[in-house]
Structure formats: C-alpha cells, structure tokens
Design a protein around this ligand. Structure first.
Ligand code: C2O
Ligand code: CU
Length: 467
C-alpha cells in the first residue's frame, strides 16, 4: 500500500507550488521529493456556486485533499520526472483519467477497456508515468464523458521545464461552459439536433469556474498565460484587448517562432500559451475575450498592480522544443481519414454511456469510443515507422480532431498557411484537408476522435494500433 503524504506536508507544498498567481493546487516541489508516493486524486460529486443564483447541485470535480472544493486542481509535473496519482472514484458511476496530450505509456492512457479496466465507484487506480514534454496539457475522464466533463471533470496540467524562461507571473485559465437553467441547475446536456450539427453550447461561460474573473498581475511585467479550452463543445477565437501578447506555445508544444496574438482559434481540447506584456499603469486592465460569433465576451481580465517592471515583449524567446521524433517524409506511408456525417441510427448502450444516436463517422465507421467491443483499428502502424494522416473534413462543421499518445506535425492544409506546428489536436475547419506527420514510436491502441464530445459519442471516434 502506498503511504499517503500527510495533510500537513501536502498543504505546505501545495501553497508553495500554487504561488501568488497560480490557480488551484500545485504538486511540484513536494511531489518531487516524494516521487514514489502517489498523490490522491479523488473524483467526487458536490455542489458549486457557478452563477448568481443557487449553488449548482451535482457538479463533479477532482480534489487532492478532503477540504478542497471547486475547480479541479492544476496538476504540476516536471518534464522527465515521474508523476504518480491514485485516482479514487467517489462518483456513483465508473470513471478513468485520460492525460490529454501526454505521450505516456498506453496502460496509463485512461481509456476504459482499451487501456485499463473501468474504475468503479469506491475503487481506485494508480497512474504513474514520466511526462516527456513540457507545456500546458489537461486531464479528464474517458467514460460517460458528456456528463462527467459537462459536470466539471476537466482539469489543467502544467508540465514544467527547468530550462523554461522565467516570467514575472503565471496565470492558468481552465475555460469551459455549463449547461444550466435560470435556477442554476443542470439542464439536458445536449440537443440531438445540435449534436448532428456544431454541438450543443453551454449557457454559463467560465474561466476557473468563475464568470469573467480578474487576476492581479505585476504592472509592466511579462505574464505567462496558459489557456486550456476544456469545454465539451465551444470553439474560442481568442483575443486580448488592452495589452500586447505573444503566442509561445500551441497545444503544449512551443511555436517555432513566437508571433503576436491577433485572433487565434482553439477548439475543445486545445491549449494556447501566451506571454502578455502588462500595462505600466497600476489598475489598468487587459481583457481576454472570445471574439467568435457576433457578440464578443470577456473570458477573464488581468489587472496591473504595483510599479512598472518595465519589461519588453521583444525579449521573449522561443521555448525549448519538446523531444518529439521527426517523421521521415521520404518513407512515410499516407493514411487517408475521412470525417463525415453518417446515416442516423440508434447506438448500442454501454457502461460509459451513450447519447442514443449516431450522426458521425470516420472512414464510414461510427463508434462511440467507450464500448467494450471496439471496432477494428483504422490502421495498423509499425512501431518506429513514419506516417502521414491525410485528414479530410467532409462536413460543414469544424472538428477538433485529437490523437492520443503521439504528437504530430501539421505539414499542410488546403485552407491555411501551416508552420509545421506540433500538436495532439487539429481544429479542422469545414472542408479542410490537412496532412499530419508523425513517427509511430509509442506502442499501443491510441484513440483518434473529435473532441466535440457530442460528435465523439455519436460516432466520430476510432483508434490506431501501433505495434
Ligand atoms: Cu482529451 Cu480522448 O481525449
Ligand atoms: Cu466534431
């Protein structure tokens, strides 16, 4: 039996790691000293104040200590150092944890039946792995996901790199919606009509479970802003007003050359790391907004405090690259993948929930992704060989397509100029065709699915096998 760390130790280290500008609890310092001792990550159901009305009943979250509440903690890990957490299921349904974007062993990937058993209520499962890449990632269940994620089970992971540049502050934003009625209580998680289109939107929009929170940051400072779009449906067009910002990483992976943030789209599952140059004058606010659609709205605000540190955004350098193998394009095998709508039919029930419909397919096969009886893999990949996924969106809707366990480079697209960004999720726009290159260097069955959860759960889901 692993010995849980004492509450005292935990509180001391978490306060340290969370820091003045952190959000939620951190795991860094204490965790490193106690590498073999897993943190206790409990999934539980509770209530939370998300709106001006009554507390919302039936929220779900993760916590690292009994007294924690609200938004799931930011889990801090270190590149190349072991992380261990025991998932304790205090929900009344099975669950698992998937570590989105981390290239770790298949047995730790958190897909029920495919990579591990269901974790039943009252049971636990120990996750233990070494994150190979630094950056902003996130964690969520891979079972009954529309409900479990929709009710709150989406948390942010920060993998630190000792070689990262030091910034004056860091703010982590877990961006997501809630489907609540005017009484603040959950309403139906989706509308079939919308699931067959762009997906069903939430009614309450939050960052770190707060509507338009304000964070104090040092005036004239350079602040690292880590954004994670953990919503089940919403695609954001990120913009910042009242301060200049530079994009330094996309989906956890450093950009080749930092570029100014104008407007940048991220879909469910994606992350964006920005460096913000805070205003020199105390009290001035910069507004992070969503500019998609006709009415922009505020995600969060940064307020300048203190006397100006007088930093210069031009001093921001590219982050050190992650150690992802380069595909050999001369020998790479191309695999065509078509994302389409499909004839509507009822889905088979399973332990991880079904929405009861099938609307979508990959290469003409519709699979909800959480069944004990998976379809055949889309492709059998040879360990160590290079591949190019030729992904074609044959629908009038955008799809954030995510591949587990492997990072790919976006080589080209028929819709936009590509810079060869490394990622785990590509936001395919309507009718977009793109080529994604990678080395199949991580053995196992890896899911590939749309991260609009209604699309995933109504058929836009499959997997590749690397052996
Ligand atoms: Cu965020 Cu199947 O993953
Ligand atoms: Cu989709």
């Amino acid at each position: 039996m692993p010995v849980p760390i004492s509450r005292r130790t935990f509180l001391a280290t978490s306060a340290l790691a969370a820091g003045a500008y952190g959000t939620g609890l951190g795991l860094s310092a204490g965790r490193r000293a106690l590498a073999a001792t897993p943190a206790e990550l409990t999934a539980y159901s509770s209530e939370a104040l998300l709106t001006g009305s009554a507390p919302t009943r039936g929220t779900m979250s993760y916590r690292l200590s009994e007294e924690a509440s609200g938004v799931p903690p930011v889990l801090r890990m270190r590149k190349g150092e072991e992380f261990a957490a025991r998932l304790i299921n205090r929900l009344d349904e099975p669950t698992t944890v998937h570590w989105h974007g981390l290239r770790i062993a298949n047995a730790m990937d958190g897909v029920p039946e495919m990579t591990q058993p269901y974790v039943y209520p009252g049971d636990s499962f120990e996750y233990r792995f070494v994150p190979p890449d630094a950056g902003t990632f996130w964690y969520h269940p891979h079972c009954n996901t529309l409900t479990q994620m929709g009710h709150g089970l989406t948390g942010v992971i920060v993998v630190e790199n000792p070689d990262d540049p030091v910034f004056d502050a860091e703010v982590v934003l877990n961006m997501r919606d809630w489907r609540l009625g005017s009484d603040g209580q959950f309403i139906a998680p989706f509308k079939p009509r919308d699931a067959a289109r762009g997906g069903t939107y939430g009614t309450v929009k939050t960052a770190n479970w707060l509507e338009g929170p304000v964070y104090d940051v040092p005036a004239g400072g350079l602040v690292r802003l880590r954004l994670a779009a953990t919503d089940v449906t919403r695609i954001y067009t990120i913009g910042l007003e009242g301060a200049a910002a530079t994009v330094i990483a996309i989906d956890g992976n450093p950009v080749v050359a930092p570029f100014p943030l104008g407007r940048y789209d991220i879909g469910p599952g994606q992350r964006l790391d920005l460096v913000v140059r805070v205003s020199d004058s105390e009290g001035t606010e910069a507004t992070l907004g969503n500019f998609r659609g006709t009415t922009p709205w505020t995600i969060a605000r940064l307020r300048a405090t203190g006397t100006s540190l007088k930093r210069d955004l031009r001093d921001v350098k590219a982050l050190p690259a992650n150690p992802v193998a380069e595909a050999d394009l001369s020998s790479a095998v191309t695999i065509p993948l078509e994302f389409t709508a499909t004839a509507e039919h009822a889905a088979k029930p399973n332990l991880c929930g079904t929405l009861g419909y099938t609307f979508w397919a990959i290469n003409k096969v519709a699979w909800s992704g959480d069944t004990p009886d998976p379809v055949a893999p889309l492709a059998d990949l040879k360990l160590g060989k290079s591949y190019i996924l030729q992904v074609k969106n044959r629908t009038p809707h955008a799809h954030p397509v995510h591949l587990h366990g492997l990072s790919f480079r976006i080589l080209r697209s028929n819709k936009r100029e590509m810079t060869g960004q490394l990622t785990d999720t590509i936001l395919l726009s309507p009718d977009e065709v793109a080529e994604l290159a990678f080395v199949a260097d991580n053995p196992g069955d890896w899911m590939l699915h749309c991260h609009i959860i209604e699309h995933q759960k109504t058929g836009m889901s499959s997997f590749v096998r690397v052996s």
